[in-house]
Design a protein around this ligand. Structure first.
Ligand code: C5P
Length: 305
């Protein structure tokens, strides 16, 4: 059945934070094996697909000027791959309403790829099986499958092989830094630091303590076990992030860490009231550009009615 519509399809998609990011040694293909515990948080982008003569992308939002509008945008790539698989032309306009920090370590670009894929699939009435959508997501990037599924999941391989995990409710504050950090550059710095320090890099393993704390919904337990192996590399490339992490902890956050490859920093807090207090203190500290408050786990990419 063809359920395509000429009015457009909008998909809402969450950002993520990594509550554990264990990174292995560089593989021959340049990627790193990971034990990556993803948690989707309630900061959302929306991608709207409407019929058009050719593939075009537009973007609005506070950081829209930093978003590429050409075929390097993962939303455009998603439309191209899906259309090619079905032997049709990617004639679609993709509008991104951007709220997730750009190049921030919160998978904003990946989120737009997953959202565009789902939006085009619905617009074109393709009904692509979920397994095939996940396959296209993995082709788009290591974090894209998680953007589609949301919730909480352990990502292995380069992060694309997902196993859902249990998560209680948690509250977070995110401090958005000036400018982005390049994910490949942070992984390269991780390799460089390990080599300089003559450190053996162990096989990445999901921490049983972390998975138990995540399932428990106890913020004090989770605060004690948050871990990001990319944090020293992100701090090495952006030393000013240390002051942001300190400012959040001083303001009462239970724990602070760099989100993914950064430079966004993430603060676990006890409840929504402390989230507002920590966000206000971070903004007043002058150590970040702006803040966002969010809760987790958030659902994955979903077509809005
Ligand atoms: O998969 P994605 O395109 O998002 O990865 C971007 C870059 O991040 C890769 O080209 C690689 O340099 C680095 N990366 C990595 N190991 C991973 C995921 C990403 O080295 N597991």
């Amino acid at each position: 059945m063809n359920t395509s519509t000429s009015t457009g399809v909008t998909v809402r998609v969450p950002a993520k934070v990594n509550v554990q990011l264990a990174v292995g040694a560089a593989r021959p293909d340049g990627f790193h094996d990971l034990a990556n515990v993803f948690l989707a948080v309630s900061l959302f982008d929306e991608v709207t697909a409407t019929p058009a003569d050719s593939l075009t992308v537009s973007c609005t939002g506070p950081d829209a000027d930093q978003v590429p509008l050409d075929r390097t945008n993962l939303a455009a790539k998603a439309a191209e791959i899906l259309a090619a698989r079905h032997g049709i032309s990617p004639s679609v306009h993709l509008h991104i309403a951007k709220n997730i920090p750009v190049a921030g370590g919160m998978a904003g670009g990946s989120a737009d790829g997953a959202a565009a894929l789902l939006a085009c699939d619905a617009l074109w009435g393709l009904d692509t099986p979920r397994a095939e959508l996940l396959d296209i997501c993995a082709e788009l990037g290591s974090d894209v499958p998680f953007s589609l599924v949301g919730g909480a999941a352990l990502g292995t391989g380069r992060g694309e092989l997902l196993t859902p995990v249990e998560a209680g409710a948690f509250h977070w504050v995110f401090a958005v830094a000036d400018g982005g950090l390049s994910t490949p550059a942070v992984f390269r710095e991780f390799d460089r630091l390990a080599e300089t320090e003559g450190r053996e890099i162990p096989e990445p393993q999901a921490s049983p303590e972390l998975l138990a704390a995540l399932a428990s919904g106890d913020p004090d337990a989770l605060a004690g076990v948050l871990a990001n192996d990319l944090q020293p590399a992100a701090l090495s490339l952006r030393p000013s992030l240390a002051a942001t992490l300190d400012a959040g902890v001083e303001a009462g956050a239970l724990a602070a860490l760099v989100s993914g490859s950064g430079p966004t920093t993430a603060f676990l807090v006890r409840d929504p009231e402390s989230a507002l207090k920590v966000a206000a203190a971070l903004e007043a500290s002058g150590t970040c550009r702006t803040t966002r408050v969010a809760s987790a786990p958030a659902p994955g990419a979903v077509v809005l009615a």
